[in-house]
Design a protein around this ligand. Structure first.
Ligand SMILES: *Cc1c(COP(=O)(O)O)cnc(C)c1O
Length: 404
């Protein structure tokens, strides 16, 4: 059997995106033992680099070895215990994921259900906090399912004033939209590499402030030398996750270096390189690049004659939702775009299924050539499908944005 040779692809969906070549190169480096001083130094460097990405001074800024979903799960299973109350403003599919994970922990979950394409208002959250008295508010910043970016400054402040913990899934938005962990006062944040940071999926950067760390440490039990933070059921048996126990993962990343799992070394190299790229370009410049690429994509799609989805005031910089023209088979267009032009764009889920495409402009692909190529090829495919478009206008409109 031959080795797998991936076909050339331009990944312009809601993630993953084409990986930055320097990240691929970093991942091909040789392994070292996980307690080798060079390795522990690499781990410490990575912690420092991600403090910059998360805009935080939190000491506990480290990696959960799993895809972004594992970072979310680690945060929620470690911060919540059965019977505790959690408030989840749900603006899309990933809000529903937070709800599901919290339910699986046995927490009492209260949701604020927001129509897809909108965001939660701070007033709604404040009222729900007063009524429901949660111990934790968990929410998503950029929910790729709807392309909306939830403002967090006021909600973070609200949680701080009321003495609640807050958790945010910033996987899809960090790097492409502003995320200020300390300034907004968010207690715990997790992310991934495969959206705006230009890497592959497979590792989840996470940051915890002192309140979150204290909540986790208060629940530690020492047994056979292992300081896990599990809970017990009525019969006294341990329940909850071992792999995603942040108490144990912190012991592994901390001074004591207590063994927990084998480091996903190649993924750590990838995470480190993603953050180095971020620092080299400058965080604000990375966000500005996403903002420009997203604005150019949106302008191009509108110039073509298509209609954008969602509240324009709260759109993410890095994913654009666009209505599929009436009478067009959205899946056929996606297949043609992939087969003829090697470009992948995204479908959608739930209430938006069959109604919108989602087009990403993120990480390595938040570039002028990637945007222009996608617009030009989508236009051709739509013409092939007998859709009336303003031929030629899309690329021109996008170019205008890049040149302005
Ligand atoms: C893409 C995305 C994830 C991805 O999770 P994985 O486990 O890496 O697939 C998580 N949260 C949000 C909001 C996302 O958009």
């Amino acid at each position: 059997m031959n080795g797998f040779v991936p076909p050339p692809r331009l990944l312009m969906g809601p993630g993953p995106i084409s990986c930055h070549p320097r990240v691929l190169q970093a991942m091909s480096q040789q392994l070292v033992g996980q307690f080798d001083p060079s390795m522990t130094a690499c781990m410490n460097d990575t912690m420092a680099l991600y403090r910059d990405v998360f805009r935080t001074r939190n000491h506990w800024t480290f990696m959960v070895d799993s895809t972004a979903r594992g970072g979310i799960e680690a945060a929620l299973v470690s911060l919540l215990k059965p019977g505790e109350r959690v408030l989840v403003p749900v603006i899309g599919r990933f809000g529903l994921l937070l709800k599901e994970i919290a339910e699986r922990v046995g927490a009492e979950v209260h949701c604020i259900d927001v129509e897809w394409g909108r965001v939660a208002e701070p007033g709604q959250v404040a009222a729900a906090i007063d009524r429901f008295k949660p111990q934790l508010v968990a929410l998503v910043q950029g929910d790729t399912s709807t392309t909306m970016c939830q403002p967090l400054a006021e909600i973070g402040q609200l949680c701080r004033e009321k003495g609640l913990l807050s958790y945010c899934d910033a996987t899809a938005s960090i790097g492409g939209n502003r995320f200020l962990t300390d300034e907004w006062g968010i207690s715990a944040v997790s992310a991934g590499l495969q959206k705006c940071l230009g890497g592959p999926s497979g590792i989840a950067p996470i940051t915890l402030n002192i309140d979150a760390v204290e909540r986790i440490n208060r629940r530690r039990h020492v047994e056979a030398g292992i300081r896990a933070s599990h809970h017990r059921n009525a019969a006294g048996a341990r329940i909850g996750s071992n792999y995603f126990d942040l108490a144990m993962i912190m012991d592994y990343w901390g001074e004591e270096r207590l063994n927990h799992h084998t480091e996903a070394t190649s993924m750590l190299y990838a995470a480190r390189e993603c953050a180095r790229l971020w620092l080299e370009e400058g965080g604000d410049n990375v966000i500005a690049r996403h903002q420009r690429a997203g604005a150019a994509m949106a302008a191009g799609l509108e110039a073509m004659g298509l209609r954008l989805f969602g509240d324009s005031h709260y759109r993410m910089n890095n994913v654009t939702g666009v209505y599929i023209p009436l009478g067009v088979d959205g899946e056929k267009v996606r297949a043609q775009l992939l087969q003829e032009f090697a470009i992948e764009i995204g479908t959608s889920f739930g209430p938006l299924h069959g109604r919108i495409w989602r087009i990403g402009t993120m990480g390595y692909n938040a570039r002028i050539d990637a945007v222009l190529q996608t617009l030009a090829c989508l236009e051709q495919v739509l013409l092939l499908n007998r859709v009336t478009v303003n031929a030629g206008d899309a690329v021109a409109a996008a170019l205008d944005i890049f040149k302005s």
